[in-house]
Each structure stands twice: as structure tokens, then as C-alpha cells.
Design a protein around this ligand. Structure first.
Ligand SMILES: [Mn+2]
Length: 357
């Protein structure tokens, strides 16, 4: 298991590389060029610059999250081919500087959805919250406006250019079915995976978040059965998963069982916990197993059992010790660092037991 930490780049993240360096065990930075619109070709200069900054701080650049997929590809429009060509060329350029894994998702319109980015918990920390009844009664555009008003950073998946076109995009998805989306995903993979095989980049799709349909939009990567279908669309080790325990944990999925079934296709793990309530609400809890609905101990044990040597990162953390005043929603420093220590603590103890027996 290779530990990593997501970082938004110089001037775009108040957490510094120096901060991250002091967290035990972190080998790599999960990065992206966050100002690139989906479908845009990444410049070689910008890639080289990012590599230089990250490597100078003593980290590897092996994992990119994300190279975003243009909406026209998901919609299957005739214009998709130019964006797929850009995607392939970006992958070639990333491979050239040593990138090994690219994370992406194939969710229509939104990358992720919550109803509150600063829900206060009993202990005074706060976290991202999803209240099901709010989603049922609100127009998606109104929701995004409501919850993003007090956030002064651009969040991945909610870029201004994407939000500006929201109404139009929703219109394009009228009468669009899950089968349409499967077909367009297959088309994309059939184009992109041969390039990955050639240049040595492993693609890891991120599950849909939350892992159930919202706003009438189809969702594909939401459970074991659909993940199996996805892997068979193009049956290549380069067509794999960024398995996120938080996203899959928003619905009643047996995540250790999913790891058992598909471990050889997992290239990247997002490990975090969520606490699900009976009414369908969920909140992002600490990484500790007893604090949420995901058995994070069993997740790490299962990875160890299969000799997992891919990349891992703690996923979202709560805001603690007042960092909601400066940190990105879900991407503060402290709780993610605590998450790393929990994951490594479980891993090290399992490793020690395995060696003794
Ligand atoms: Mn995730």
C-alpha cells in the first residue's frame, strides 16, 4: 500500500506541501491541473512545472485526480471525438513524466452532491452532510447556489463554467437513460484504454457519489454488480477502479466483499467513513470504524489479505480545531492526517501479525 495525500496546488490550497511532509508515511501527492476545463488538452509546460514543485518537496507524482471527462462524451454527442483525442494526448503527456494512475468519474452533471458543507457535529467539528429530504424538494441549481455561497474556493466538479451551464446541461439529459450512459462509457473506454496499455497508465474510475440516482440523473458505479459490468466493458487491467469507501458507503454496500471480488483491478483507494441514517441521510464521519457505517478496519485488513500494493489516500476529513475558517470543505489538514494514522495503524498491526504467524 502506497500512501498519498490530495493537494490542490500552489496558491489553490492553504495546506502546504511542508504540512503534508510532516504526516508520517505519505509518499505521493495526488494532483491535478485544477484550472483546466474538462476536455481541454493539458500543456506540457504546466505538467512539468507541477512535477517540479511536488518532487522538490520529496513526493512522487504517480497519481492524478482527476482528468475530467467532457460532458459531450457522457452525452455521446458527435463533438465527443475531439475531446477524446485531447484526453488521449493528455494521458500520453502524463505518462511521459511518470504518472502511473489517473482517476476520473463518469457522473452526469455533478461530480458529487451534498446538502451542507459545514454541518456541525456534537463535538463541535463539522463535516459534509447529505440530507435526503432536501434533495427531494429542491431544484438542483438552487441547491448548488445555496450551499456554495459561503465557500470562497472553486471545488472540483463545481467549476464556475460548469455551473454556468447547469440549466442547459440538465436539458440535454432529458430522456437520457442509464443504458445510454453505459453505451457512452463503453465508447470512451474502447478509445482510451488501448492508449493506456501502450503508455502504461492505469485508469481508475471513481464510484458515483452518492451511490444512488439523484435529480433523475442515471448513476452507474454504485454497487458490486455494476462495478462488475463496468470492468467487463473493456476487460483489461488498465481499465480499473479508484475504489472510494465513502461514496460506496453512502448506500448499503459490502465494501470488503467488493474488494475481495475485484482487488486485482483496484489501482487507487479512497478510504473514509460515512455514517448512514435510516432516513437515507449520511454524514462524513471520522475514519474510525466505530464512528460510521463502513468497517474501515475490515477494509484495510481485506486489502492486506490480497497483498494490495496500489495507492491509497484518506478521503474527506471533518473540519476540526477551527480549520473550517480556512480549509476547503472535506480537505482540511488535521482529520485527514488522523485518518492516515488510523489506516497505517491497522495496516501495520495486520502486517506484524502476518509476519509472526
Ligand atoms: Mn472519493
Amino acid at each position: 500500500m502506497k500512501m498519498t495525500f490530495r493537494w490542490y496546488g500552489e496558491g489553490n490550497d492553504k495546506v502546504t506541501l511542508g504540512n503534508i511532509k510532516q504526516i508520517p508515511g505519505v509518499e505521493g501527492i495526488v494532483w491535478s491541473l485544477h484550472d483546466m476545463a474538462a476536455g481541454e488538452l493539458w500543456s506540457e509546460e504546466r505538467i512539468a512545472k507541477e512535477k517540479e514543485i511536488i518532487e522538490a518537496a520529496g513526493f512522487n507524482i504517480d497519481v492524478v485526480e482527476s482528468v475530467n471527462v467532457h460532458e459531450d462524451i457522457k452525452l455521446g454527442l458527435p463533438t465527443r471525438d475531439q475531446y477524446i483525442d485531447n484526453y488521449k494526448e493528455t494521458l500520453r503527456r502524463l505518462a511521459k513524466v511518470g504518472v502511473k494512475v489517473v482517476c476520473y468519474n463518469f457522473m452526469p452533471v455533478f461530480d458529487w452532491t451534498r446538502t451542507d458543507l459545514y454541518k456541525e457535529m456534537e463535538d463541535g467539528s463539522n463535516a459534509l452532510f447529505f440530507e435526503k429530504s432536501q434533495i427531494a424538494n429542491i431544484d438542483p441549481i438552487e441547491l448548488i447556489e445555496k450551499i456554495s455561497t459561503n465557500v470562497d474556493v472553486t471545488m472540483p466538479g463545481w467549476e464556475p463554467e460548469r455551473l454556468a451551464r447547469l440549466k442547459e446541461t440538465f436539458k440535454q439529459y432529458e430522456n437520457f437513460t442509464a443504458e445510454d450512459l453505459w453505451k457512452n462509457l463503453q465508447y470512451f473506454l474502447e478509445q482510451v484504454i488501448p492508449v493506456c496499455e501502450e503508455v502504461g497508465i492505469k485508469m481508475g474510475i471513481h464510484p458515483d457519489d452518492p451511490a444512488f440516482p439523484i435529480f433523475g440523473l442515471p448513476r452507474l458505479i454504485i454497487n458490486k454488480e455494476n462495478i462488475g459490468r463496468f470492468l467487463n466493458l473493456v476487460d483489461s487491467p488498465y481499465n480499473g477502479l479508484s475504489l472510494c469507501t465513502g461514496s460506496l458507503g453512502s448506500a448499503n454496500n459490502d465494501i470488503p466483499d467488493i474488494i475481495d471480488a475485484y482487488h486485482d483491478r483496484i489501482h487507487f483507494m479512497h478510504i473514509r467513513n460515512v455514517k448512514r441514517y435510516e432516513n437515507g441521510d449520511f454524514i462524513e464521519a471520522s475514519h474510525r470504524a466505530c464512528d460510521g457505517s463502513v468497517d474501515t478496519v475490515k477494509v484495510v485488513q481485506t486489502l492486506h489479505k490480497h497483498g494490495y500494493d496500489g495507492y491509497v489516500r484518506p478521503d474527506h476529513g471533518r473540519h476540526i480545531w477551527g480549520e473550517e475558517k480556512w480549509a476547503r470543505p472535506g480537505y482540511g489538514l488535521y482529520d485527514r492526517a488522523l485518518g492516515i494514522m488510523y489506516i497505517l495503524g491497522v495496516w501495520d498491526s495486520v502486517e506484524k501479525n502476518a509476519k509472526q504467524s
